[in-house]
Write a protein that binds this ligand. Structure first.
Ligand code: 5CA
Ligand code: ZN
Length: 477
């Protein structure tokens, strides 16, 4: 669907590189004629499917999957004051059925609290119904006014995984927030994307939440991308939607809630952090094609090699790996280029000399070459894939370490945010955050940092000098 001609712009020009790779690697087509809406190419959709399979697997451990309607009646949407304030300007409204004006306007969900919680109020009767943990993977709509970008800032978020839980107490909901953070950490570690969790400042929390914990990834240009959030909703929504349960003593009590979400931004982060000048670099677990076989055919050996290739392909498939053989009438170099662009972790070549020696040549996406005994090829291939996954994780950790810098002055912070995240001491007050943000084009992302890369050491506020905790400061997407 995309042409194989022309080179990718260098990744040092990240913005151009990003736009181009989505097209060349057949992830998204940006030519759909509505701003902020994009089309998944089948190859991109396959990457989405394997990525969301992991997310589903993690959720399915102790959540149940559900599916709520896309449309939310205006009266329900307008119940929770903070929530309305946060989303009012971002909602698309359905006002007509044909030419008939609707009695009650319908909102396209920007997120599903106000669709789900009226039903939760009907479903939850007693403490025996708690905790309740459901999730859905759906599209949501937000009329974003900032610059839209494929996979990053969408007006139709196509892959919104949202979980909504109900608990008997505030503390249990807090424990669920911690559990969700653990799940998201595991998810991001499975797709080899390092994330930093922190607590968003009061003024930046989710509309209607008690507090918000957010996961940020650092993009190659040093800007951060919020790739997931976990919200403690307290009893703010349960008050509004009359979500109560009967406790052990027969008394009616308000429930406590959490919600947490991840969108296709996870794929944007994955592509951006690992891709290189040749194209995508994908972790084996989610690569649509895990192994590509390129036969090196000569006139004399065509039959023999074709036979060996077919046997190998069938063995790899039987082992449960996603494999493709490229028999196209192209130079091997053109095939390498094609599959490197699509991030295939391992390429296997079989030529006459390999056959003579009883081996196959395996080249991973970083270009490292090894020979594997053909008689036990599947074991060798599995080992290579696992080694490659470890290398991807290591590379990402090394990269992020260079992008995080503890600083003790505004001058140093300015320098640090040109390359990544500055870790400053901040007292937590709004005035000091404003002062930092005014000084440079950044956001104070939050404190209470959860990251193996950052030390949680007390200090003095970089602005006012009062006792302070470390906080993340960065330019953001
Ligand atoms: N109801 C809560 C939890 S599901 C909620 O909506 N939280 S949110 O607004 O923070 O969105 C969850 C995540 O979706 C964000 O952390 C962000 O990673 C992603 N997201 C938000 N807006 C967009 C957008 N316009 N395009 C792509 N991803 C988005
Ligand atoms: Zn201060």
């Amino acid at each position: 669907m995309a042409e194989d001609s022309g080179a990718l712009p260098s990744k040092s020009n990240f913005s151009e590189w990003y736009n181009e790779i989505l097209w060349r690697a057949e992830i998204m087509d940006v030519r759909y004629p509505v701003k902020g809406l994009y089309v998944w190419f089948p190859f991109g959709f396959s990457l989405r499917r394997s990525t969301y399979t992991i997310l589903r697997e993690l959720m399915d451990r102790d959540h149940e999957e559900t599916l709520f309607p896309l449309l939310i009646p205006e009266n329900e949407f307008m119940k929770e004051a903070e929530h309305i304030k946060g989303f009012e300007e971002e909602v698309y409204w359905v006002t007509h059925g044909g030419s008939t004006e609707l009695d009650v306007k319908l909102a396209l969900r920007p997120t599903s609290e106000t669709a789900i919680y009226p039903m939760y109020a009907l479903w939850v009767r007693s403490h025996a119904d708690l905790p309740l943990k459901l999730y859905q993977i759906v599209n949501t709509f937000r009329y974003e006014t900032k610059h839209t970008r494929p996979l990053i800032r969408l007006r139709e978020i196509t892959s919104f995984k949202e979980a909504h839980t109900v608990h008997a107490t505030w503390d249990e909901a807090k424990e669920q927030v911690e559990e969700a953070i653990r799940l998201y950490r595991e998810f991001y570690s499975r797709i080899c994307v390092p994330v930093i969790f922190s607590k968003r400042p009061e003024w930046d929390k989710f509309p209607g939440a008690d507090y918000t914990m957010a996961a940020d990834a650092i993009m190659p240009d040093g800007k951060t991308l919020q790739v997931g959030t976990v919200h403690h909703l307290g009893n703010n929504f349960s008050k509004t939607f009359d979500l109560k349960y009967e406790d052990e003593n027969g008394e009616q009590r308000l429930a406590y809630q959490t919600c947490y979400g991840i969108s296709e931004r996870c794929i944007a982060a994955l592509i951006s952090i690992h891709g290189d000048d040749k194209g995508l670099v994908l972790p084996p677990e989610i690569a649509p094609v895990q192994v590509v076989i390129v036969p090196i055919l000569t006139k004399k050996n065509t039959g023999e090699i074709t036979e060996a290739v077919k046997k190998l392909e069938s063995d790899i498939k039987t082992a449960g790996l996603r494999v493709k053989t490229d028999f196209r009438a192209l130079r091997p170099g053109a095939k390498y280029y094609h599959w490197e662009m699509r991030g295939v972790p391992l390429r296997v070549e079989i030529g006459p000399r390999d056959l003579e020696k009883g081996v196959i040549t395996a080249v991973n996406r970083y270009g490292r070459k090894v020979q594997i005994d053909i008689s036990d090829a599947v074991t060798g291939i599995r080992e290579q894939l696992e080694t490659f996954r470890q290398e991807m994780t290591k590379n990402a950790s090394e990269k992020i370490k260079t992008q995080i810098k503890p600083v003790s002055s505004l001058e140093e912070a300015k320098e640090a945010v040109s390359k990544g995240v500055a870790v400053v001491h901040w007292c937590g007050c709004r005035d000091c955050a404003d002062a930092i943000e005014k000084e440079m084009d950044v956001s104070v992302l939050g404190s209470e940092i959860r990251s193996e890369f950052i030390e949680e050491k007390d200090g003095k506020c970089i602005i006012c000098g009062k006792p302070a905790k470390p906080a993340l400061v960065a330019r953001t997407y």
